[in-house]
Design a binder for this molecule. Sequence first.
Ligand SMILES: Nc1nc2c(c(=O)[nH]1)N[C@H]1C(S)=C(S)[C@@H](COP(=O)(O)OP(=O)(O)OC[C@H]3O[C@@H](n4cnc5c(=O)[nH]c(N)nc54)[C@H](O)[C@@H]3O)O[C@H]1N2
Ligand SMILES: Nc1nc2c(c(=O)[nH]1)N[C@H]1C(S)=C(S)[C@@H](COP(=O)(O)OP(=O)(O)OC[C@H]3O[C@@H](n4cnc5c(=O)[nH]c(N)nc54)[C@H](O)[C@@H]3O)O[C@H]1N2
Ligand code: SF4
Ligand SMILES: [Mo]
Length: 706
Amino acid sequence: MVAMQAAEPNRPHTHCCYCSMQCGIELVRSAPDAAPTVKASPHFPVATGRLCQKGMHAMAHAVHPERVLAPMRRQQAAGPGEAWSRAGWEEALDDIAARMLSIQERYGRDAVSVFGGGSLTNEVCYLLGKFARVALRSRYIDYNGRYCMSSAAAAQMRAFGVDRGMSLPLDDIPLAKYIILAGTNIAECQPTMVPYILAAKKNGAIVVTIDPRQTMTAKLADIHVSLQPGFDSVFVNGLLHHIVHGGLYDQAYVAAHTNGLAELRDAIAPFPPDRVSLYTGIPVEVIRTIAAGFARAETGIVLTARGLEQQVNGVEHTLNYINLCLLTGKMGKPGCGFGAVTGQANGQGGREHGQKADQLPGYRLIEDPEARRHVAGVWGIDPDELPGKGVSAYELFGKIHDGKIKAMLVLGSNPLVSSPNSARVAEALAKLELLVVVDMFATETAAYAHWLLPGSSFLEAEGTLTNLEGRVFHREKALPSPGETMEDFRLIGRLAEKLGRGRYFRFDSPEDVFAELARASAGGKADYGGMTYARIKERQGLFWPCPAEGHPGTPRMFADGRFEHPDGRARLHGIVPQKPAETTDRDYPYILTTGRLGNHYLSGAQTRRTEGLLKKAPVPVAELHPSVAERIRLRHGDRVRLTTRRGSLVFDVKLSADIHPTTVFVPFHWGGEQSVNALTNDALHPVSRMPEFKVCAVRVEREAAE
Ligand SMILES: Nc1nc2c(c(=O)[nH]1)N[C@H]1C(S)=C(S)[C@@H](COP(=O)(O)OP(=O)(O)OC[C@H]3O[C@@H](n4cnc5c(=O)[nH]c(N)nc54)[C@H](O)[C@@H]3O)O[C@H]1N2
Ligand SMILES: Nc1nc2c(c(=O)[nH]1)N[C@H]1C(S)=C(S)[C@@H](COP(=O)(O)OP(=O)(O)OC[C@H]3O[C@@H](n4cnc5c(=O)[nH]c(N)nc54)[C@H](O)[C@@H]3O)O[C@H]1N2
Ligand code: SF4
Ligand SMILES: [Mo]
């Protein structure tokens, strides 16, 4: 084996394209002219020398024969059917620009929209936001992170005044004596984080998991709480009740650094542990043990993820877990903190630089006059030229149904598979006069496109990404762009040029883009103002905020006890638990929840094209409790039909005593007849606009084997 020469010594060749850990990868060749293969890099401090299954196979999709290597067009779109024909870049960009301009002339500028993603580099995310506001001058841009981190972001903004997924660096985890993992399955979703938990356990930490399934993560736990989906706020109120009424909270910390204790006291009053035990079925001793254990532990960390966030009450559930940290003073100290575990490769950076409908770079709000002035200044436009805020990802499809949006550019997402109630999304896509998809593959979404432009893979695109800790690091361009592909940042610039706005998009390199991004974010909450490529590379990543050139970055937030609200204090919130948007009834007696498998990634566009992963999980399988199987008289070899108010699909079955008896779990990594999002509920959180992927009512019927 020969290691490929790195662009710079002691830095990884590249980073895995999948989850937010962003493990470093080395490319090695068996002979100088052989195709490279992947090896864990010893040069990235986050996961030194480790890769999970997906990382080991990260290259396979990028060299897959189905990779789109040139612009492709179709005369008609509206669904799978007509074949693609190959076109040149000039023809493609000319036609797309002409059609966008014609649509804008006929229906107004907002008729052209953008749908972005969280797997893209910071530079591309930033450019997409700028492209929507400056090249298209449209208010309608949002991105797949809306389906991901929006509830956690809204909760952290409310509680702390700033949203960085984790307020602590991973290096703090081994210092924690008590770790609560709620609705987060890190063993499958961020596998290289597991050693940090194991290190904590070795130091004597107690680990608690809260999940309707006894996941691989739950197997690491000292205490597993099997909770019916939707009940987190009820359960946590029980913990808070015991902590407050048992006098176990940190009175000095609460008095000095928080507001809202009275409101919290009122909300928890009806939830003494014995009553919470009746509501949830969790034994009262378990509630008391966890509450007292966490409160009394010298240090402690709470991590949440999509399990409780992807709900119409997701912001409130998250706030309640944050309450646990604030009440017990477990913030800003070594081995302490709250974190919502970010999901996608650049799920963190993706939400900071203006892809979100209401935000400009650096987490500035697009409706704030001061923010508009600052960013317009960096962009060289008049602040009045900036559009106002648009709508959330799923609501973009509603705007298509309403006839307000006529064209969409999708870059870095496969929303037909990943959006809730997907039949309605398909109907919307079919109505578009122009759908342009920039992707590596002809995805399910691209089946509705007029133009499919070849996107760059992680191996071919240089840029920075921000991992789950808020660490901004640099990824090299490891391999040349194949076929006629070009880096996404160039494609955006060239399209802007064709739209007559090229002067705002003339960047020679991602580094140029980053320099502008740093200026645009400076003074904002996610402040990259003091970062340069040179500094980031030298330090193997810098944590934001990093406001000035000499600033070392901020691995541990709130260390000085100050939060980002104007008064410097964090907010406790009293949470009055609410029901999910859909509750069970006679027709739909079970709860359907959805999520992930260790061997697949999101819409599956990449991992279903990775043989080594697909063979381990070739089809989606519905996981249900043996008592459900008994009730529907399921026999060996039978399948199940799952029916919700939105659709009906048949799945293979896995019986498991480890799942809550009320609940059926289906992974969402497949399209078409295997796509569980045909069944999920599109109810949205009133503020974060997060869909309720994790709870809907379902009927389970036996589908007899042939
Ligand atoms: N292998 C793999 N890894 C991934 C991804 C992937 O697709 N595959 N995706 C990445 C992305 S973008 C993300 S956002 C993260 C997601 O990472 P996670 O959020 O950890 O993954 P999920 O499987 O969606 O949900 C986590 C758990 O929530 C549980 N759950 C469901 N309902 C509830 C509830 O009401 N309360 C509680 N407490 N738990 C509940 C589910 O049983 C599940 O085990 O993973 C990232 N990593
Ligand atoms: N039922 C259910 N639905 C869910 C969830 C759930 O838990 N349950 N989770 C939600 C969450 S958390 C998320 S994050 C979303 C994600 O949902 P999607 O956004 O659909 O996720 P991906 O499959 O990553 O889609 C990314 C697409 O961009 C392409 N791509 C990847 N990298 C690049 C690049 O660098 N350049 C270009 N041009 N293209 C690229 C890939 O080939 C792929 O087609 O799904 C959400 N949907
Ligand atoms: S843990 Fe995440 S980043 Fe690391 S190899 Fe696995 S999928 Fe890739
Ligand atoms: Mo996500």
